[in-house]
Design a protein around this ligand. Structure first.
Ligand code: NAD
Length: 373
């Protein structure tokens, strides 16, 4: 895996570090790789759910300057032991799903990053908030908008922050397109296309279990096109239409969507046409069209490198490990109240859940579903 450390070493070896970094910083609010030493406060994070993505986040956090892993929450004692050894985590900072409320008395932990199956997010985030700790939650933040609202309310009541793992909101090429769009470089925005999909394997995994996933491809991968449509167009949709197709009803049971095509309408008149699927590979691209130009990201949301270009040329920002940048930036958001260019809070996650609810309703009824602003 390419890490921030590898990247910096390569730049340093090529004598390129400073020129490249200062070019990146010019005129944009994007997070940049900062090579200066840091001795400020660290966000001390406990990871909840030591699975595939939790492991990726933990690995990437080894290169963070402002965040570090100080605790774990898991139902599997052997995994806890492995992580303790790998990340030097003391016994007193290890919890399971029954006893983690005791985290409230642990001064070594500022925030808990919930990286478990979707259906568990609501209860786990609410318990984290009740323990007085900040919550970082993976996407989709919940199974529906009602749950998401409960989580937002619980964190507000407990006076803790709630952030959602929208790593693309900090990706340099994505942010450059947003900057150019805000500057009017593409003119009036007319159209967005988002393609999000992959062919899912093992039919027994939780992602294909309605109880744990809350749906199918839309909850897992289609959410990238929902969220992307909003940050690329720069508006909130006012209506949704959607159509569902299913070729394998054995693998994709009732309530688990295999493929959904959906369309969004925006107040300016711009429209989006998107595809969410668990049945096709090679689908990870965004295209934004305006009266004066276009922008394209392909791949748009994978772990990178993200590739992008506009009608004015290629986007040449160096790859940064998304999860390293995310956790350093989240430390700034939690500890210093920093505001990202595109919000990453619970209210942002709730907006996506409202749209996903409407997409499912539109697919089921065949009707155009209005969205309140
Ligand atoms: P995973 O199956 O690899 O890991 C899930 C973990 O949760 C496992 O360690 C498992 O033991 C644990 N778990 C706890 N209770 C469980 C239960 N009742 N049933 C099943 N597992 C249980 O999944 P993952 O890929 O790590 O996904 C976890 C979350 O992270 C999901 O919400 C997913 O959407 C999100 N995710 C986000 C990204 C991203 O790029 N932001 C990428 C992958 C996954």
């Amino acid at each position: 895996m390419k890490t921030r450390r590898d990247f910096l070493q390569k730049l340093a070896a090529a004598g390129l570090a400073l020129p490249v970094l200062s070019t990146m910083a010019k005129g944009s609010a994007m997070p940049i790789l900062d090579t200066t030493p840091y001795d400020g406060p660290m966000l001390r994070v406990a990871i909840m759910g030591l699975g595939g993505y939790g492991s990726r986040v933990a690995e990437a956090m080894q290169d963070c300057k402002k965040a570090r892993i100080t605790g774990v929450i898991s139902g599997t004692p052997s995994k806890i032991k492995d992580w303790q050894k790998k990340y030097n985590i003391p016994e007193k900072n290890c919890y399971n799903y029954s006893n983690f409320d005791a985290i409230k008395d642990n001064p070594d932990i500022d925030a808990v990053y919930v990286i478990t199956p979707n259906a568990l997010h609501r209860e786990q985030v609410i318990r984290v908030a009740k323990a007085g700790k900040h919550a970082i939650c993976e996407k989709p933040m919940a199974l529906n908008a009602a749950e998401a609202q409960e989580m937002v309310d619980a964190c507000k009541k407990a006076n803790v922050k709630l952030l959602i793992g929208y790593r693309m909101h900090l990706e340099p090429k994505t942010l450059e397109i947003i900057r150019l769009r805000k500057e009017g470089k593409f003119g009036k925005i007319l159209f967005f296309q988002g393609l999000s999909g992959f062919r899912i394997g093992d039919p027994t995994q939780w992602r294909l279990n309605k109880q744990l996933a809350g749906g199918g491809s839309m909850m897992d991968i289609g959410i990238y096109s929902v969220n992307g449509a909003r940050y690329m167009v720069g508006e909130e949709p006012v209506w949704v239409t959607a159509q569902e197709t299913k070729t394998d009803p054995v693998k994709f049971k009732d309530g688990v969507d295999e493929t959904i095509q959906f369309q969004l309408g925006f107040p300016s008149g711009a429209v989006a046409s998107c595809l969410s699927t668990y049945a096709m590979n090679n689908l990870d691209s965004f295209f934004l069209d305006g009266e004066k130009g276009f922008a394209e990201l392909k791949p748009a949301t994978g772990y990178g490198p993200i590739e992008g270009r506009t009608s004015f040329g290629e986007l040449n920002f160096p790859h940064v490990t998304h999860q390293t940048v995310q956790m350093d930036e989240m430390a700034e958001m939690i500890l210093n109240g920093k505001q990202p260019v595109v919000p990453m809070d619970g209210a942002e996650g709730l907006k996506d859940m409202k749209i996903i609810d409407a997409i499912y309703q539109a697919a089921k009824t065949g009707k155009k579903v209005p969205l309140s602003r």
